[in-house]
Ligand binder design. Structure first.
Ligand SMILES: [Mg+2]
Length: 167
């Protein structure tokens, strides 16, 4: 997998940061942060098959509403399945692309994607306990906030696990 990392927007071995689209946002906006698995799509458990992705009811209209109001929508996802060796960044890329396509079919757009692969149960460079980028730690939110000049205090996070809310 390591030889393919150059194909992907990895800022380090376990951290994917991808700006989607070219929409410009003025500084100081709140953002809508969304977990992916179990929040945007039905959680199939370490999803690695793009064809298995199905959106959860009501999520596309919520994203579309944020899009219409000019609120940045940011997907932040823990992907320990990569550290655990269940799949690689290439499978993550295919699944994530499919989720974004399903949203686009419903006129809903995500503006930035951040994914953290670090986990203590991993091996190699991804084996890391309590990485600052892994939810419940707030690293991905802080990094997105820095990149887009967001007002994090007024931002919202929606997820399906306590770790999402803690972040
Ligand atoms: Mg989730």
């Amino acid at each position: 997998m390591a030889d393919r990392e150059g194909d992907f927007p990895l800022v380090e071995p376990g951290l994917w940061i991808e700006r989607i689209g070219a929409k410009a946002f003025p500084a100081g906006l709140p953002a809508l942060f969304l977990d992916r698995d179990g929040t945007i799509n039905i959680d199939t458990g370490y999803p690695d098959d793009p064809d298995a992705m199905v959106l959860r009811d009501g999520i596309a209209p919520a994203i579309e509403a944020a899009n219409r109001r000019g609120i940045p929508v940011i997907l932040i996802t823990n992907q320990s399945g990569i550290a655990r060796g269940y799949f690689g960044w290439d499978a993550f890329a295919r699944v994530n692309q499919r989720v974004l396509e399903l949203l686009a079919e419903k006129n809903a757009a995500v503006d930035m994607v951040l994914a953290c692969a670090y986990h203590e149960a991993g091996s190699g460079p991804l084996a890391m306990a309590d990485h600052p980028m892994r939810k419940p730690n707030p690293g991905m939110l802080l990094e997105a906030g820095r990149r887009l000049g967001l007002d994090l205090k007024r931002s919202l996070i929606v997820g399906d696990k306590p770790a999402d809310m803690e972040a």
